[in-house]
Design a protein around this ligand. Sequence first.
Ligand SMILES: Nc1ncnc2c1ncn2[C@@H]1O[C@H](COP(=O)(O)OP(=O)(O)O)[C@@H](O)[C@H]1O
Ligand SMILES: [Mg+2]
Length: 301
Amino acid sequence: MSETKSIDPEMTDEPRTTTTGESDEELRAEWTAYDFEGDPKLSVDGLDVHYGDEQALHDISIEIPERSVTALIGPSGCGKSTFLRCLNRMNDRIRAATVSGDVTFEGRNIYEDDIDLVELRKRVGMVFQSPNPFPKSIRDNIAYGPRKHGDVRTGLLAKLTGRDDAAREEELVEESLKQAALWEEVNDRLDDNALGLSGGQQQRLCIARCLAVDPEVILMDEPASALDPIATAKIEDLIGDLAQEYTVVIVTHNMQQAARISDQTAVFLTGGHLVEYGDTDQVFENPRSQRVEDYITGKFG
Ligand SMILES: Nc1ncnc2c1ncn2[C@@H]1O[C@H](COP(=O)(O)OP(=O)(O)O)[C@@H](O)[C@H]1O
Ligand SMILES: [Mg+2]
């Protein structure tokens, strides 16, 4: 036998690590089994996502309780945004993406062929990382969705046919802006261009725009990462309020934010695996996976 140094990981006592410094451990089903009271709003079962030949998510199964905040955390590139987009089929718009598995919303798999995607995305709305208001007035930003979906009818034809919903629209604009904690700041300038608002106000406007079509689930992909601390705090407060009525699923790379605002936390790690999912306090204070503990305590990521 020659005296070469063994590089077989099975032969050493050192924990094996991946290139990012994560220790190599087996995944355990019980780490993602989260018992909660009430019905799940969304159930994901055996979800795989590929971009071309690259697999971005592996066999994700998770149940998301209604009227609560679910945080998705994990290092960059672990599939958080991909997962979020699966929940209202936004990945359909990415040509390289193939999705398999089930996502059940209101008793139906949203990946069935005859699902109405416009209706789905109305009920499962999305707010993105950078605020993206339309270059229109504040009022028109909010009214856009309800007009498009035919919830309010305005304009000449509506007037001629006696079906003018201008008053209803006015109400909806006010209601949505109030729900998004923006009304006080903008009620005297609803006809100003939305692009004149600050970043934090624009993001709350985008949340109001999402609320205006009466969603049930709100998906947020790092909604505060482009904002200053004060604007971030306002968004965080708002998320807490929204969870009284809506099911909020939020991706954040900010672990303190996840710990502050969420009821349950799902930790995705390198390679696109869901490693741990549970009550937020449990995940942060007493993680079951060593890798999750290493991630939370800043050893990698
Ligand atoms: N549109 C896309 N086309 C090809 N690969 C993508 C696309 N979007 C994401 N990916 C890849 O999928 C993996 C997960 O990405 P993503 O979901 O954006 O992760 P995260 O949001 O956690 O940073 C990464 O390897 C990324 O490069
Ligand atoms: Mg992302």
